[in-house]
Design a binder for this molecule. Structure first.
Ligand code: AHR
Length: 365
């Protein structure tokens, strides 16, 4: 601890000096105490409060709000952190600006949930030069030099999509549906890992299932309003030719369902009765309620509770322990259909949980 404080002092950390000054005056010591005296005082007192600069994607979805709540609670001042939180409003340029500001402020760690995968090399090189460790979570980044970040923790978005598509195949087979299946893909923010993975999985499944085809696709930017707008355009173009709506998150599914119902289309499980079958991702509280109501046929979880996972990483780094470079989190899958309990994806079994109202009540987001 003392070593770290002295090291920080010699590297001229303005933040630490301020913290020490406050600490010293609070203890009624002389204002002209030497840096060594101040460091020793701090060492006898409380741990240095870490300053975290966190760049969040935006507030586009229920998932995102839950994620923000989780990180804000974990990095609260009560938990001993100084959190500088920045909402980038779904614009990468805002994230680049925020990271540069974090560097100027001399934060201890930068935590980034990147809107898109590319375009991070320069700004992360600047963070590296400033000696600030960077942790990436949720979505991934693509950089030439992977030493630009300490570690990444997040979802396997492609696997989420694969699980959704295998379930759809099982479901159609179980109903003996062999006719052509016309799919509309309402995509997330283009270039975001959550979009790239889920779209790629659908494309692969369409190649494998000769009677499936994607008849329309557009980005709904992960929002309810845009999801509704895209679905309205698809309905104008394809009307009742649509069989399946693959909404790449819950909010776009809400918007799409509203658009279909406003135009008098039925949403449900019976494709042969001209019902539109909706697939969604996130498994938020509202998304699961719609799943229980059979408006969403299946919902693949994308877990937003990153706060405790991120503090665990920082605690490990502070203790000098090694951390995994890449960690995929485990996620669930839910359906209103009871008889598809397990599916095989990438040669391993995955459980599909039959949804009940009790499960939704227990849900924390
Ligand atoms: O990156 C996670 C995705 O982003 C979630 O699926 C979505 O709801 C969010 O906006």
């Amino acid at each position: 601890m003392l070593n770290r404080i002295l090291k920080s002092l010699t590297s001229g950390s303005a933040l630490l000096l301020c913290a020490l000054c406050v600490f010293v005056s609070g203890c009624g010591q002389s204002e002209d105490a030497s840096p060594e005296d101040m460091a020793a005082s701090a060492a006898r007192g409380e741990e240095k409060r870490l300053t975290i600069g966190l760049s969040q994607v935006g507030s586009e979805s229920d998932w995102r709000m839950a994620s923000t709540e989780s990180v804000k609670a974990a990095f609260s001042s009560g938990a001993g952190y100084n959190l500088i939180f920045d909402d980038a409003q779904q614009k990468q340029e805002n994230q680049l600006k925020a990271i540069r500001e974090f560097i100027d402020q001399g934060v201890d760690y930068i935590i980034l949930d990147p809107i898109v995968e590319t375009g991070w090399d320069s700004v992360l090189s600047e963070a590296k030069e400033a000696g600030i460790p960077v942790i990436i979570y949720d979505r991934l980044i693509e950089v030439e030099d992977d030493s630009l970040y300490v570690c990444w923790i997040g979802s396997d978005f492609k696997l989420e999509g694969e699980r959704a598509c295998v379930w759809l195949k099982e479901y159609l087979d179980s109903r003996g549906v062999t006719r052509n299946i016309n799919i509309v893909d309402i995509q997330g923010t283009l270039g975001a890992s959550a979009q790239l993975g889920r779209t790629a999985a659908l494309e692969e499944a369409v190649k494998e299932n000769k009677n499936w085809r994607i008849i329309g696709r557009d980005t709904g930017e992960f929002t309810t309003a845009k999801g509704k707008e895209v679905m309205n355009q698809m309905l104008e173009r394809y009307g009742s030719d649509i069989n399946v709506v693959y909404a790449e998150n819950d909010n776009m599914a809400y918007g799409a369902i509203e658009a279909m119902q406003n135009r008098g289309y039925k949403v449900g499980l019976d494709i042969d009765e001209e019902e539109f079958l909706v697939i969604s991702f996130d498994a938020t509280h509202n998304g699961l309620q719609l799943t229980l109501d059979e408006e969403i046929a299946e919902n693949v979880e994308c877990n937003p509770l990153y706060g405790p996972r991120l503090t665990e990483i920082i605690e490990a780094l502070e203790a000098g322990k090694p951390v995994e470079k890449e960690t995929f989190i485990d996620e669930e899958q839910f359906s209103c259909v009871s008889y598809i309990g397990t599916i095989q994806v990438r040669n391993r079994p995955y459980t599909v949980t039959h949804l009940t109202s009790e499960l939704i009540e227990e849900r924390v987001y």
